[in-house]
Design a binder for this molecule. Structure first.
Ligand SMILES: Nc1nc2c([nH]c(=O)n2[C@H]2C[C@H](O)[C@@H](COP(=O)(O)OP(=O)(O)OP(=O)(O)O)O2)c(=O)[nH]1
Length: 143
């Protein structure tokens, strides 16, 4: 890779929309100071050699102590910085009960009705909006 290509290489942050029984898992960030207290979809940066879905699985193992599987990407993306972009995946839980082991100090399972009760990071809102549509459809099917 040329020097200028390396400077412009894009780092991807993967975020997981973990949905179970009509609820989305939201995580409250504990650091850094400017993000602490805001809620997000758990995840992190893709490591060299990893696919996005492998990164989702690794991050959820590290941060929440669960085994999870990325099903498909959620449309859209958010540019975080010149070299970093946020993308999200719809994820299902395979094993375990999520715990805030790393980067977060609280977790909540949110239903369609309380999805916006927490202060989301603004950059996550388009993904939360997509999830809202999914949860509304799921709820309609179970009535
Ligand atoms: N994981 C995650 N990060 C988000 C979201 N929204 C958002 O702006 N970010 C930002 C916060 C951070 O600047 C960056 C991801 O950093 P991170 O600290 O979670 O990444 P990481 O687990 O790989 O940790 P590290 O390499 O920085 O130690 O993306 C989101 O929904 N999930």
């Amino acid at each position: 890779m040329t020097e200028s290509a390396a400077v412009h290489a894009q780092r991807v942050v993967v975020a997981a929309a973990l949905i179970e029984s009509g609820h989305l898992l939201a995580a409250r960030r504990s650091a850094p100071a400017d993000l602490a207290g805001f809620w997000e979809l758990p995840g992190g940066k893709i490591e060299p050699g990893e696919s996005p879905t492998q990164a989702v699985t690794r991050e959820l193992r590290e941060e929440l102590g669960v085994e999870a599987h990325a099903l498909h990407r959620i449309p859209g993306e958010h540019r975080l910085t010149k070299n970093m972009v946020l993308r999200a995946w719809r994820v299902c839980l395979r094993q375990g009960d999520p715990q805030p082991l790393q980067d977060h100090d609280r977790l909540r399972w949110l239903s369609f009705h309380d999805l916006y009760e927490v202060p989301w990071l603004p950059q996550d809102l388009s993904f939360v909006e997509w999830v809202s549509g999914e949860l509304r459809r799921e709820e309609a099917c179970t009535q």
